[in-house]
Each structure stands twice: as structure tokens, then as C-alpha cells.
Design a protein around this ligand. Structure first.
Ligand SMILES: C[S@@+](CC[C@H](N)C(=O)[O-])C[C@H]1O[C@@H](n2cnc3c(N)ncnc32)[C@H](O)[C@@H]1O
Length: 189
């Protein structure tokens, strides 16, 4: 199994504290709003957001969750996430590598925002297996990914096709436009 090397992200954050302009881009702001507004339920009990970066989406997800676990691998990103989210007592920020340090517990919402294409197909398949194992029927899984050319192991579209292959997940929301694809799956079985 392979994933994009951690040094790639380390270098990105060393050069720029917000390498994808999550905090300032109007494109990201609109995409985040669509993501949060696509959640089928008003409230979730226990949500997990791997690859949270500096916590901009986490801040928008938090009001919809009783508890949100937001994780990343890069300390410079996590420091910013902790600072941004410190007033939100329902959010826990942790350093965790996915899939190696998958958290214990049952989640009713898992959000994969711009993170699934950093895994190869086999690893993403394993990540989806872990998601299915740590959710119950009725839980939701969100995927939202850039559709443009990259040198990542998977394209955004391919990542969503692979997630969709898992028989325990049924797609309940699909939105696609030139730059990104957004899907919500419900855990069925
Ligand atoms: C493009 S950013 C996405 C940030 C956030 N999800 C959003 O949409 O605003 C990808 C993040 O995933 C993190 N990441 C990459 N591979 C990871 C892994 N294997 N485990 C946990 N986090 C990872 C990176 O450090 C980076 O901060």
C-alpha cells in the first residue's frame, strides 16, 4: 500500500502556512458551504474528519456535530487547526496518520475532503473498509475532491468511483461541476 509521502505535505506547509488558501479562497468558501449544506442530517453525534489541515472545514462542520475528531499528519497544520478551533469544546484535534492510526470508536459522519486521492487504489479501498467498520447503518460518508490534473496517486473522480464500489455504501447525494465532485454516501448494511 502506498500514499503520497508525508515529506510532500511537510514541504508544502514549510513554504506556506495555508498552501491551498483554504482560509481565504472564495472557491474553497463556496465548496465548503456546498459540502456542509449537503449533509443529509441536521445533527451528527460523532464525526471524523481525517486530513483536516488548518481546520477551516472543521470549523464549519463543528456546529453540526456533538463531537468532531479532526486529524492531520503535519504539525504545522495541526497547530493552526488547534488555534482556529480552540473555542469549540466539541472538537478534538489529533495527529494521526491514516490508515495506520485509524481512531477507535463509532462515527455517524466521516468527511473525506481533498484527501482520498493521496492514497493509491488499494489503500483507499482499505480506508473505506475501515470507514464501514467504524460506522453503523444510517451513517454518512462525504467525499469532495478536485477533478483537475494532479500527480497524486488517484484523480478525484477515480477516488469517488472507488469509494462507490463498496457495497455497504449507497450514494445519496451527487454534485459535480468542472472543478470538483461532491458525493454523500449512506451506510446501508
Ligand atoms: C489538501 S489538504 C485537505 C484539507 C481539508 N480536508 C480541507 O478540505 O480543507 C490534505 C491534508 O491531508 C493531510 N494528509 C495527507 N495524507 C494524510 C494521511 N495519510 N493521514 C492523515 N492526513 C493526511 C495533509 O497533511 C493535508 O493537510
Amino acid at each position: 500500500m502506498t500514499s503520497t509521502q508525508h515529506t510532500y505535505f511537510q514541504n508544502m506547509y514549510a513554504l506556506n502556512a495555508d498552501p491551498w488558501n483554504f482560509a481565504t479562497s472564495s472557491y474553497e468558501r463556496r465548496k465548503y458551504a456546498l459540502t456542509v449544506n449537503s449533509l443529509p442530517r441536521e445533527r451528527y453525534v460523532n464525526a471524523f474528519e481525517p486530513g483536516c489541515s488548518i481546520g477551516v472545514l472543521s470549523e464549519l462542520l463543528a456546529p453540526r456535530c456533538e463531537r468532531l475528531l479532526a486529524t492531520d499528519i503535519i504539525p504545522r497544520a495541526l497547530e493552526q487547526a488547534i488555534s482556529r478551533l480552540k473555542a469549540l469544546k466539541n472538537v478534538v484535534v489529533e495527529r494521526r496518520t491514516i490508515p495506520e492510526s485509524w481512531p477507535d470508536g463509532l462515527f455517524d459522519l466521516v468527511v473525506l475532503s481533498e484527501v482520498a486521492y493521496y492514497f493509491d487504489a488499494e489503500t483507499l479501498g482499505y480506508v473505506v473498509t475501515l470507514i464501514v467498520r467504524s460506522t453503523t447503518p444510517g451513517s454518512h460518508v462525504v467525499g469532495v475532491h478536485w477533478r483537475g490534473e494532479t500527480d497524486y496517486p488517484l484523480s478525484g473522480d477515480r477516488a469517488h468511483q472507488l469509494i462507490d464500489k463498496n457495497a455497504a455504501l449507497q450514494r445519496v447525494v451527487h454534485h459535480e461541476e468542472e472543478k470538483f465532485v461532491l458525493d454523500v454516501w449512506e451506510r446501508t448494511t
